[in-house]
Design a protein. Structure first.
Length: 258
């Protein structure tokens, strides 16, 4: 028999809590106790994911984004933690510790682009390394294709929307930071990257990065992070062979792209 606590301990070996940022809230955030025979791995815990987990008879959900982040001041049926408790489903959320972990979000992202000898940067969160030389537009198109193949298809529109700021230099040294990593462009410059590939970057990040000689590709928060779910599921299957581990098929990008 595998318990929720044993599942949590397995996830701590995959993504040690000491790797998390001080402001983060990773951990066993909803503990309903009991035996775990089936687990659902997802990026986000949404009402749709709770319904999916219940329909698939999962006693626990493992997610990247914390289902509880800001302090709870009230709780009702519209709130996902309430829905989890009502369904008897525990929630383990590994956030910045999974970003930084060996084999975690950013190493999965680095692997998608064939990065050689990825090294941590930006406080261990991102990865930087060499890739086969490629132009920024070609790399952006590759990101759109490769990430779309690893994400759940949306109900309408393209799976991944990519935008880029191109200095015109080929990319031989790539930095990757999943999610909202555009503000870390200076750290990418400091480790000699030609390009930073991240999920989200604002207008000023793009202007400043390009001015300083760094190309920037923003491929979407969801798209740069959801691929880790397959890797986490594989690790859990190896660690807990008596537990069936599924990957969510309903967790999709909340945005629809034209």
């Amino acid at each position: 028999m595998t318990t929720v606590q044993q599942l949590y301990e397995a996830m701590q070996r995959i993504a040690p809590l000491e790797l998390a940022e001080s402001w983060d809230n990773p951990g066993l955030l909803v503990d309903c106790g009991g035996e775990v025979t089936r687990v659902l791995v997802t990026l986000d815990i949404t009402p749709e994911v709770v319904t999916e987990a219940a329909a698939k008879h999962c006693e626990a959900i493992v997610a990247h984004h914390p289902v509880i982040f800001d302090p709870l001041k009230k709780l009702g049926p519209q709130d996902v933690p309430f829905q989890l408790v009502r369904a008897g489903i525990s929630a383990i959320c590994m956030h910045t510790n999974l970003d930084a972990a060996a084999g975690g979000v950013n190493e999965v992202l680095a692997g998608i682009f064939g990065m050689q000898d990825p090294e941590p940067f930006a406080g261990g969160c991102g990865r930087v390394g060499s890739i086969e030389p490629i132009t920024v537009p070609q790399l952006a198109r590759k990101a759109q294709q490769e990430l779309a193949a690893r994400c759940n298809a949306p109900d309408a529109g393209p799976a991944v929307q990519v935008k880029f700021a191109d200095t015109g230099k080929p990319v031989q040294r790539l930095a990757v930071i999943s999610g909202a990593g555009g503000s870390l462009f200076a750290e990418a410059l400091a480790v000699g990257a030609d390009c930073l590939l991240t999920g989200e970057a604002n207008h000023h990040h793009a202007c400043d990065a390009k001015r300083l000689g760094l190309s920037l590709i923003a491929a979407g928060h969801y798209a740069t992070e959801f691929p880790v779910t397959a890797a986490v599921a594989e690790k859990l299957r190896a660690a807990l062979p008596g537990v069936e581990v599924l990957v969510s098929t309903v967790n999709k990008d909340p945005y629809t792209y034209l």
